[in-house]
Design a protein around this ligand. Structure first.
Ligand code: NAP
Length: 525
């Protein structure tokens, strides 16, 4: 089966044999994809010329209603998405839920909060600024939906959520979307787009999907287009420095990789609730989606005298978790997505082992349950320990995109801040502590290099939303190595797809424009 592309309002199969999509548990070939021979320039132009104007004929509230219909269609096909997640990603039920239910929830969420923007066509920002003594000449800032297309280049690990968390704010703004899922796991995003197209919810050109290589897509971008990228830092650098992206100042949002940290406060000794809570969180983070989340905890900063106790507690839980074929109901940890990722994880692990002690797992010859190690792509969960974090290199630099975490000993607040900052910009860090001064000083020491800081104390306990969970009401993204991008954060996400401009002119002209606008206040509420 070859999955066709949906561009210029029709389904078209790419030329050639294409790339194969495989089951990471059995190695079976599932489908192929190809973008060869597809006119990507025409695809973008069709989106700009047809999808954009049709979407922008509608008001924000009408587009919010479209998102609601999309969410309903996706919810109705949820079982099929779980099936494809199992086949193409080796996802357990929990893994599939994280991606698929997260996608549906995000779409619903934007449908709901988008209604706050009511009948407007664009947004007004602030009040008119007097520019003359008589107030006849004034300035007014506006945010206008861009007339270009939004190109989404996504990572393999979240084919459903990665598509929806980008699609919802773009469509709500009135910008047509061109989705380019990562090749190895394109099937699920493809199926979601197919369901949305079949349901005839969006006008022609509002949604397109390209399966396979991005080929010359970036070369056809224009000034009014947006690129929203999620993936590795290496690919991000190539996209950022693409000649057309630079030449046309194309707006680019980058969500890249991240060596996220979780910090156990000095007060959380073995036996305390917060100690146990962080142990559970580390194990959940390592094993959910086999550690293939950009937000997963990679480094756990632990007071030096707690290192052994913490390592023992994590090891005890990890060793009780069955790793193997998710079709077996006892299995809790599935494979990584393919053989290439398995090799990449084992290479990264080998580097970490050069400067860390192995506390558990990481055996490349281990036997997964109900799967042939030759054909499958499993990585045994591995816990490492690093006693000299400030001198370590790989611990802060190598993202093993699998079920691997490293405990790093620290000796005081200064150490905590210095070690955490060695991630050089992260999506998230967590602080588990009842010592309010320690927490405050840690947040002050690391906040500027993190998109999100999760703080858990005894008043919060297990009510926290999770280190690795991205909630659509809060910002997702991070500075530096994490890419410097920002997504979600409620209606703030719409800022990426709007352009700010000011009109300096007669008060009457401004009044006419203001009649078409809604206020930006809901963006910041
Ligand atoms: P990747 O290899 O960088 O690929 C990401 C996407 O870029 C894929 O769709 C890929 O297409 C495309 N691509 C590759 N080269 C390109 C080029 N020259 N021009 C245009 N597009 C190009 O990343 P991945 O292996 O799929 O994902 C894993 C990484 O993503 C991890 O490092 C993880 O931390 C990161 N990630 C970050 C976030 C976040 O929100 N910050 C979320 C999830 C994952 P093909 O597949 O067709 O090559």
């Amino acid at each position: 089966m070859k999955l066709p592309n949906y561009v210029s309002g029709r389904w078209s199969e790419g030329r050639g044999a294409g790339e194969l999509l495989a089951d990471p548990v059995t190695g079976d070939e599932l489908a192929s994809i190809s973008s060869q021979g597809i006119d990507l320039e025409a695809a973008l132009q069709f989106a700009r010329a047809h999808g954009g104007p049709a979407l922008r004929q509608l008001t924000y509230i009408q587009r919010a209603e479209l998102l609601g219909k999309i969410a309903d269609v996706l919810a109705a096909n949820r079982d099929e998405y779980f099936r494809l997640s199992l086949l193409n990603l080796g996802a357990t039920q929990a893994d599939a839920s994280f991606d698929v239910d997260g996608a549906i929830y995000t779409m619903k969420y934007y449908s709901k909060i988008g209604r706050a923007l009511a009948e407007g066509k664009m947004l007004k920002e602030g009040a008119p600024v007097p520019l003359s003594k008589s107030h006849a000449f004034v300035g007014q800032h506006f945010l206008m939906p861009t007339k270009g297309a939004a190109v989404f280049i996504n990572a393999f690990n979240f084919p459903a959520w990665g598509f929806c968390e980008k699609a919802a704010p773009a469509l709500l703004t009135g910008v047509p979307i061109v989705v380019k899922p990562a090749s190895p796991t394109a099937w699920l995003a493809h199926r979601m787009v197919e369901d949305i197209v079949k349901a005839d919810i969006l006008p022609p050109g509002a949604i397109s999907i390209i399966c396979g290589s991005a080929r010359d897509l970036l070369g056809h971008l224009r000034e009014e287009d947006i690129v929203s990228f999620t993936g590795s830092a290496d690919t991000a650098a190539r996209i950022r420095s693409h000649a057309t992206v630079l030449g046309c100042s194309v707006r680019v949002n980058i969500e890249a990789d991240s060596i996220n940290a979780a910090i156990l406060g000095p007060d959380c000794t073995s036996g305390t609730d917060l100690f146990d809570l962080l142990v559970k969180e580390v194990v959940r983070e390592m094993t959910l989606k086999a550690g293939q989340k950009c937000t997963t905890i990679r480094r756990v900063l632990v007071p030096r005298h707690q290192l052994k106790a913490f390592g023992d507690a994590v090891t005890a839980r990890l060793s009780a978790m069955k790793v193997g074929n998710p079709r077996n109901p006892e299995v809790k940890v599935g494979p990584v997505v393919n053989k290439a990722q398995q090799s990449s994880c084992l290479e990264g692990l080998a580097k970490l082992k050069e400067e860390c002690e192995v506390l558990f797992g990481g055996d490349k010859n281990f036997q997964p349950i109900d799967a042939d190690p030759q054909n499958s792509a499993f990585v045994q969960p591995a816990l490492l320990s690093c006693k000299n974090g400030l001198d370590a290199k790989y611990v802060h630099d190598v993202e093993v995109f699998g079920p691997v975490a490293t405990l790093v000993a620290y000796d005081g607040l200064e150490d905590v801040i210095a070690i955490t900052r060695r991630g050089l910009g992260s999506l998230v860090a967590s602080v588990f502590s009842d010592d309010a001064n320690f927490t405050r000083d840690t947040v002050l020491g690391i906040g500027d290099l993190h998109g999100r800081v999760l703080v858990v104390d005894s008043t919060v306990g297990n009510q926290h939303t999770g280190h690795g969970n991205v909630v659509p009401s809060c910002v997702h993204g991070g500075p530096g190595r994490a890419g410097g991008g920002e997504e979600l954060a409620g209606l703030r996400a719409l800022l990426l797809y709007h352009r700010r401009f000011v009109v300096q002119g007669p008060a009457n002209c401004i009044r006419q424009l203001l009649a078409l606008c809604v206020d930006t206040a809901p963006l910041y509420s």
